[in-house]
Design a protein around this ligand. Structure first.
Ligand code: BGC
Length: 270
């Protein structure tokens, strides 16, 4: 890969959680293209080094740091190591997330708790550490108009209920209010918080759906644009939301979903 720098995120250290695969990986690569110093957070066993190598081969700057975002001590270490390596943090992309699906009455407390721990508590823990560092440093006008930017990874399921996924949908509904509350609380300090809410995007989390012709056909009926999203669709939006091009935007959830939230069932009925 040949890294061309467009510089919209120049010299800004950015932590991207869960960045070894899927949407996180695409964001990491796109951020490097824009001149950010990228921290690839990963879980043990994830192919994070491949992402770092790819960025470095192209002349970008990246390091990998292992941490389980649901563990407070891990998150503290993730931020401490980032600050040791790059001096500070300007952008957090709270991307790490999981699904553990099952029908409601069969959902175990363990599977409920695990999804809430990673998808909701993990985003809280990382956002809290990021905000502390943003407040400590304040605004560096050479780098950005904001003291820092937080992008929460939500989903169309912050608003669309999802049978068989009560834990996941609840975690994303929680992200909506977490993000808006953080945005409200920290706007006076020039910290921006927004969410990205992807629809169906081709990543490992839903491979069994888009990789199978029958379920892909059913899925496409839910997407007015008639295509399944690519990680790059989300990564491009993540660049814009972290850059000063979106300087006056805080407290928003940006649906990147090919129209999935437009109630496609009503296009011909109702
Ligand atoms: C889920 C995917 C799903 C998509 C649309 C995402 O948040 O992680 O598995 O395909 O929502 O339903």
């Amino acid at each position: 890969m040949n890294i061309q720098t467009y510089n919209r995120l120049k010299d800004q250290p950015a932590i991207i959680t869960g960045a070894a695969t899927g949407i996180g990986k695409a964001i990491a690569i796109q951020y490097a293209l824009e001149g950010a110093k990228v921290v690839i957070n990963y879980l043990k066993g994830d192919p994070a080094d491949e992402v770092v190598d790819k960025i470095k081969e192209g002349g970008g700057d990246a390091i990998a740091i292992e941490a389980d975002v649901s563990q407070e001590e891990d998150v503290k270490k993730l931020f401490a190591k980032t600050i040791e390596a790059y001096g500070t943090v300007h952008i957090l992309v709270n991307n790490a997330g999981i699904q553990k699906d099952s029908g409601f009455i069969h959902m175990t407390l363990k599977d409920w708790q695990k999804v809430i721990d990673v998808n909701l508590t993990g985003q809280f823990l990382c956002a809290r550490e990021a905000a502390k560092e943003f407040l400590r440093r304040g605004i560096d006008e050479n780098v950005s108009n904001s003291a820092g930017k937080i992008i929460f990874m939500s989903s169309v399921h912050e608003t669309i209920p999802w049978a068989g996924h009560a834990n996941y949908a609840s975690s994303k509904g929680g992200i909506s209010q977490l993000m808006r509350t953080v945005a409200q609380e920290l706007a006076p300090q020039k910290i921006r918080a927004n969410s990205l809410a992807p629809g169906a995007v081709k990543t490992p989390i839903n491979k069994k759906v888009w990789d199978n012709p029958d379920s892909r056909k059913t899925l496409l009926k839910l997407i007015p644009d008639n295509r399944i999203g690519e990680p790059l669709d989300i990564a491009r939006a993540a660049v814009w939301l972290a850059s000063d091009e979106s300087d006056y935007i805080t407290g928003h959830s940006l649906y990147v979903d090919g129209g999935m939230t437009l109630f496609p069932g009503f296009a011909t009925g109702g």
